[in-house]
Design a protein around this ligand. Structure first.
Ligand SMILES: [Zn+2]
Length: 661
C-alpha cells in the first residue's frame, strides 16, 4: 500500500540526496531474467480454510452496502475451537474512539477525519449445525481488549468445532461506507469497497486466532479460500472486483455481476458510473484498467508497466497464477483510495499530469502489483511483521524498476538520473538508529519511521545484499523464498533461513542483525601514506670481495610503498573493495572481507599513493556516510588542499558521471 505517498516523499529525498546517489549503478542486465529458482517446489494451491459466498447490494446515494451470504470455515488447527474471532474493520471509521482513529500517527496516510463516518453492523450470524441452527450474534462480544474499539469481535460457539471439521455460517450485515478515509469509502459516486464484510480472523496451527483491531499503520492477515461474490449495483455503474466474472446481466435497472476466485485471502471491489476501461491480455493475464476520463495517458503507462512487470515478476518469484488483474486509477477527489492492493485488484494513482521520465505511475503500479506476491501469494502477517510484505515488496519494486529503466529508475529527466533504490537508501538513512525494522506496525512511534524503516530500510538491506553477493545469487535466494513459501504464511525466521541456506551464513547474519538489532555499517578511509623506496644504505661486499658504500637517501629505486587504513564502523560485517589511486593514475582494487574492525591495505606502485576509496562501486547501499569513503594522501598532488575541497571534487566527478548520457 501507500506507494503513491511514499513515492512522492522518495522523490523529495532522492532529489535532496542526489549527490549521495550519483555514482551507483543498480541496473540489471535484462538477459539475467531467467527463472533461476524455477527448480524450487511451489504449491499450486493453498490449503482451503474459508469460503465466502456473498451478495452485496450497493446504494450509491446513501453509500451503503447490504450484504448477506454464507461462510464455510474449516478448523485446520490441531485443537478443538470453541470460539471464533471476526474482524469488522469498517468500524475503524465509526468514531474517533476506535484504535485506528486514536493512533497518534503523523507522516502517513489516512490521518484526516472522514467527512462521513463508516460502520459495519452484523444483523445475523447463524451456525447451521445439523437440524438445529444456532444464532451466534446475540452472544458475540465487541470491544474485546479495548473499551471503545469495535473492529475485533469474539463469537462463542455452543459446542467446540473439532480439528478437521467444517462449519457453515449464514451472515447478514449492513455497511455504511465512510467518505474516503484510508483505502476505502466513497467520493461522489465513486465507491471503493474494501474491508467491507465480516471476515474471520486467521486460525493458527495451535488453534489460536491471529486477531487484532484495525491499527492505523497495520494491515491484514487471513486464511485462503474461495470467494464467490455477487455484486448488485445500478446499471450505469462499472464494476471492478477480485475474481473472474462468471455471470453478468442487467435486471430492473441493476447490474448484477458474479465474481469468483479461488486461492485468495481477501476480496475488494469498486463501482463508479464514470469509469473508462482499457483491456489487454498480457503474459496470459486479462488486464483491465479502470480510470477517469482524461487519464488515458496514465492508463497507457499502467499497461506498459504490466507488460514489463508480469513476465519479470513471474520469472523472479514464480508465475502469477490468476487469470486476471484489475488496475483501478481512482478519480482526483479520492487519492486515498489509490496505492493499495487486494487479490487480483490493485489501485494505482497519480495526479493528472506527470511528465515522462518521472516514473511515479510506473513505480506505484509496479509496487502495488508486487503485492500480489508479497501479501497475496505469500500471505504473511502484515500487522505483526509489516517488513515481510512492504519491505520485501519495496525491494522487489526497486529491483524491477532498475531492471526496466536502468539508472534513472525513479527519475530520468533533463539528464538527471535518480534510482529508486538510492531514494530508498536516502530515506531510510535518517531513521536507521531509531527503531528496529522487524517489529509490529503498531510498535512504531510515527508514520515517518514506519515508512522509512519498514519500506525503505528493508529495501536497502536487501539491495545491499544483492550488490555485495551478486544479482544471480540474490535472484536465486528471493526466488526460492517466494516459491517455497507461496500460500504458506511464512515468518521472519523462514526468510532468514532462506538467506542462510541459499546465499551464505554471513549474508543471513547480516539480514538478521539489520532487521532485528538495528544493525548498521559505515566504511571509512581513516588514513593513507606512501614513500619512495630507496636502495638500502650501508657497506656492501659483492661476491668478488669488492666493497662499496651506498649513502642514505641515495639510489632511488623508482618504487613507492605505503598503506591505506580502512575502518568498519558499525555492527554489520560485509565484504568490500578498497581502491588505491596512484599519482600516475594507476588504480588497484583490493578485496577485504570486512570481518575485522579495520584493515591496513599495503600499497606498492611506481608513483606516490594519491587517494583511496572504499567501496568504489557503492555496493554497500547501507553505508551511513559515503563522504568518508574517500580520502587523499597529505602532501601529494591535490594534497594540502582542504579535505572538503577534495570531497567536492570527488562529488562533482560522481555527479558528472551521473549526468552523462
Ligand atoms: Zn505497499
Amino acid at each position: 500500500m501507500q506507494a503513491r505517498a511514499l513515492a512522492m516523499s522518495v522523490l523529495v529525498v532522492a532529489l535532496c540526496g542526489t549527490m549521495r546517489i550519483a555514482g551507483a549503478d543498480s541496473s540489471v542486465d535484462a538477459s539475467q531474467s531467467d527463472a533461476i529458482a524455477a527448480d524450487v517446489p511451489m504449491a499450486a494451491h493453498p490449503e482451503r480454510v474459508v469460503d465466502y459466498t456473498l451478495r452485496a447490494t450497493l446504494d450509491p446515494t446513501l453509500h451503503t452496502v447490504h450484504g448477506e451470504g454464507t461462510i464455510a470455515w474449516k478448523n485446520v488447527s490441531s485443537q478443538p475451537v470453541s470460539q471464533l474471532w471476526m474482524h469488522l474493520y469498517l468500524n475503524a471509521f465509526k468514531n474517533q474512539s476506535s484504535v485506528f482513529m486514536r493512533a497518534p500517527i503523523g507522516g502517513f496516510r489516512g490521518t484526516t477525519i472522514p467527512k462521513e463516518w463508516g460502520t459495519i453492523d452484523v444483523r445475523k450470524l447463524t451456525w447451521k449445525d445439523g437440524a438445529e441452527p444456532h444464532e451466534l450474534w446475540p452472544t458475540a462480544q465487541l470491544r474485546r481488549g479495548d473499551d471503545f474499539d469495535e473492529t475485533d469481535a469474539s463469537i462463542p460457539l455452543p459446542r467446540a468445532v473439532a480439528p478437521g471439521e467444517t462449519i457453515d455460517l449464514a451472515v447478514v450485515w449492513d455497511d455504511k461506507l465512510p467518505s474516503i478515509v484510508e483505502r476505502t469509502g466513497f467520493d461522489g459516486s465513486f465507491h471503493m469497497v474494501a474491508q467491507w464484510f465480516p471476515k474471520l480472523a486467521k486460525i493458527e496451527p495451535d488453534g489460536t486466532f491471529a486477531h487484532f483491531p484495525f491499527h492505523h499503520l497495520g494491515e491484514f492477515y487471513a486464511d485462503y479460500g474461495k470467494y464467490d461474490v455477487t455484486v448488485d449495483v445500478p446499471e450505469a455503474f462499472v464494476v471492478g472486483a477480485t475474481g473472474t466474472v462468471t455471470e453478468s446481466h442487467v435486471e430492473a435497472g441493476r447490474r448484477i455481476e458474479r465474481h469468483v476466485q479461488d486461492d485468495v485471502h481477501d476480496f475488494a471491489w469498486t463501482a463508479w458510473d464514470k469509469f473508462q476501461t482499457r483491456k489487454e491480455t498480457i503474459d496470459g493475464v486479462a488486464c483491465t484498467i479502470l480510470f477517469p476520463a482524461g487519464y488515458e495517458d496514465h492508463a497507457e503507462r499502467e499497461l506498459a508497466t504490466m507488460r514489463f512487470a508480469l513476465p519479470h515478476y513471474g520469472a523472479r518469484y514464480g508465475k502469477y497464477p490468476y487469470p486476471l488483474l484489475t488496475l483501478v486509477h481512482p478519480p482526483a477527489g479520492a487519492p486515498e483510495a489509490g496505492g493499495m492492493e487486494y487479490p487480483t485488484l490493485i489501485t494505482t494513482g497519480g495526479s493528472s499530469y506527470i511528465p515522462n521520465g518521472v516514473n511515479l505511475i510506473e513505480l506505484v503500479t509496479i509496487h502495488e502489483f508486487g503485492h500480489q506476491y508479497f501479501y497475496g501469494l505469500i500471505g504473511t502477517h502484515e500487522t505483526q511483521w509489516p517488513f515481510l510484505d512492504e519491505g520485501l515488496n519495496s525491494y522487489a519494486e526497486a529491483e524491477a524498476m532498475a531492471a526496466w529503466k536502468g539508472r534513472g529508475s525513479f527519475l530520468d529527466l533533463l539528464g538527471l538520473k535518480v534510482g529508486d533504490s538510492e531514494g530508498h537508501a536516502e530515506r531510510a538513512r535518517h531513521f536507521a538508529h531509531d527503531d528496529r525494522v522487524a517489529q509490529p506496525a503498531y510498535a512504531y512511534g510515527t508514520g515517518s519511521s514506519y515508512g522509512a524503516l519498514v519500506y525503505s530500510r528493508t529495501a536497502t538491506i536487501l539491495e545491499t545484499l544483492r550488490r555485495v553477493y551478486g544479482d544471480k545469487l540474490m535472484q536465486r535466494t528471493m526466488g526460492a523464498y517466494a516459491r517455497r513459501f507461496r500460500f504458506q504464511h511464512p515468518v521472519p525466521r523462514d526468510l532468514i533461513e532462506t538467506f542462510q541456506n541459499e546465499m551464505s551464513a554471513e549474508a543471513g547474519e547480516v539480514l538478521r542483525d539489520a532487521l532485528f538489532d538495528k544493525g548498521w555499517i559505515d566504511f571509512k578511509v581513516e588514513a593513507l601514506s606512501s614513500h619512495a623506496v630507496h636502495a638500502a644504505a650501508g657497506i656492501f661486499d659483492d661476491k668478488d670481495g669488492k666493497r662499496a658504500t651506498t649513502p642514505a637517501e641515495h639510489g632511488v629505486s623508482g618504487k613507492y610503498e605505503g598503506w591505506v587504513l580502512v575502518v568498519r564502523r558499525g555492527t554489520l560485517h560485509l565484504p568490500v573493495e578498497v581502491e588505491l589511486v596512484s599519482e600516475d593514475g594507476a588504480r588497484t582494487r583490493v578485496p577485504w572481507d570486512g570481518t575485522t574492525d579495520s584493515v591496513r591495505v599495503p600499497y606498492v606502485g611506481t608513483s606516490p599513493l594519491r587517494a583511496a576509496i572504499v567501496d568504489p562501486e557503492q555496493r554497500v547501499l547501507l553505508d551511513e556516510d559515503s563522504e568518508n569513503d574517500f580520502a587523499t594522501a597529505p602532501g601529494q598532488a591535490g594534497g594540502g588542499a582542504p579535505r572538503t575541497l577534495e570531497r567536492a571534487t570527488y562529488w562533482s566527478q560522481l555527479l558528472m558521471g551521473a549526468l552523462a548520457p
